[in-house]
Design a protein. Structure first.
Length: 447
């Protein structure tokens, strides 16, 4: 397998030190591996590169699934599956998670015959129980964010999963925080390897600058508004602790003219995908979210993390801040403090300065608009639609230039495309009633 070709395809010049150590540990022994490394350092690629080499070296003539990758949430499962597909290494994969019918996934499993299945614990157990995935062929088990997967809510599911894999040979566990212990039922081998790249006594990278913002009132909405106006069109995540609070804050910001996405566990899967795609491709400047967005989302160029509600734990704080300053980038995090509130004791280091917020244009100030907008296209891979087809359609029928089209993501039954915001109405008007690749389809903006 040509690893350099894969890295070139991903736009990566070379592996970082952590990734090199991880690959050597996985390929250079037959024992289990535990990797501890901060968020944003490339753990997904660190385990996938050696894993695909191990699987490629095995006999792949059988359609049996060889590896399971367990994730605590559907977003990380989808994201990891996307990374593998982008590697172009020739191995088949799919993602399985709750929120959609098991039967639909069974059909995909039967059709794709994946070498690797990414999924949440409960859904993987469901497929193993129904023999949709053969338990006897699984030789490799990856538990991503094992500290989260092994918390109380997942304990029973994980214990059952491990018992369901009689042919399991190796385990690879990954986390951005150091769990107190690994439960005995994981059954790690004594000859396992620990790779610890967690910095000593450093909660967040030095590349992240911390600030506090004083809210004169207990209700922080106006302070948040002023802070976001001061930040301009920078990409920002606003973290809250409750779903209802996310809905309230998002509605408030949208009424004021901010272009936002919102994200929490109460949304339908299609809504969650719409919201994340809209934020990640630059069609929204602000993501309002619960801590569900603090893990498993690898969205580049997030410049600001805003704690509207204070993090409920040190781990939660670390994972929130880990969404910015990924790889070698820099970032900022802001704590909005109402009267009587103070920073948690676990936030150590030098005193965090207060930042004064200037009132931008008074009450009539207009938030900046994002550069891009997202359109939904109701056809996908199953309809033989490709990215090239979409580019051709948007240029020929929609009147766009290639540099006015951003990221395109083609799913099985639908697709998303980012386009310059000022061209959105032109596209909708020119493509109304038109066919793409001979197919009549829905084309609409993602609000």
């Amino acid at each position: 397998m040509d690893i350099q070709r894969i890295l070139h395809k991903l736009g990566i010049d070379a592996l970082n030190e952590m990734q090199q150590h991880t690959a050597e540990a996985i390929l250079g022994s037959d024992g289990d591996v535990v990797l501890l490394s901060p968020t944003g350092t490339g753990k997904t690629l660190a385990y996938l590169l050696p894993l695909v080499q191990l699987i490629a070296a095995d006999d792949n003539s059988s359609p049996t699934t060889t590896a399971l990758v367990v994730t605590p949430g559907r977003e990380l499962a989808l994201q990891s599956d996307s990374v593998l597909k982008n590697m172009g290494c020739g191995l088949r994969s799919t993602a399985c998670y709750g929120g959609r019918p098991t039967m639909d996934e069974h059909k995909v499993l039967k059709q794709v015959q994946p070498h690797i299945v990414f999924g949440t614990p409960g859904r993987l157990n469901d497929h193993l129980d129904k023999d949709n995935i053969s338990r006897y062929g699984i030789r490799y088990l990856v538990i991503d964010e094992f500290d989260k997967c092994l918390e109380m809510g997942f304990h029973q599911e994980m214990q059952k999963l491990l018992k369901n894999l009689p042919g399991l040979q190796r385990r690879i566990l990954l986390s951005a925080t150091n769990a107190e212990q690994i439960p005995l039922f994981v059954n790690m081998s004594k000859k396992g390897t620990l790779i610890d790249f967690l910095p000593e006594a450093e909660q967040v990278p030095e590349r992240v600058t911390l600030y506090t913002v004083a809210s004169p009132q207990k209700d922080k909405l106006d302070t948040l508004r002023q802070l976001l106006l001061n930040l301009g069109d920078a990409s920002s995540i606003v973290f809250l602790n409750y779903r209802d609070s996310v809905n309230r804050v998002n509605s408030y910001l949208q009424q004021l003219g901010f272009t936002t996405s919102y994200f929490h566990g109460g949304l339908e899967q299609r809504q969650r995908e719409d919201m994340l795609y809209k934020f990640s491709n630059g069609s929204a400047n602000v993501l309002v979210a619960t801590d569900l967005a603090s893990r498993g989302l690898d969205i580049p160029n997030i410049q600001n993390i805003i704690h509207y509600h204070l993090p409920e734990s040190e781990d939660g704080y670390i994972h929130r801040v880990g969404r910015t300053a990924r790889w070698d980038a820099t970032g900022r995090t802001f704590f909005i403090l109402a009267p009587g509130e103070a920073l948690p004791d676990y936030i150590d280091g030098d005193p965090i300065p207060y930042v004064a917020i200037s009132r931008q244009g008074g009450e009539s100030a207009q938030p900046p608009s994002p550069r891009m907008a997202t359109i939904y296209i109701g056809k996908g891979k199953k309809d033989k639609l490709s990215k090239g087809d979409i580019v051709g359609f948007l240029c020929k029928i929609g009147g766009l230039q290639p540099d006015e089209i951003g990221h395109i993501d083609v799913k099985d039954r639908y697709a998303y495309a980012a386009v310059r915001r000022e061209k959105l109405q032109q596209i909708l008007q020119l493509t109304r009633g038109q066919k793409i690749k001979g197919l009549k389809t829905v084309l609409e903006p993602v609000r």
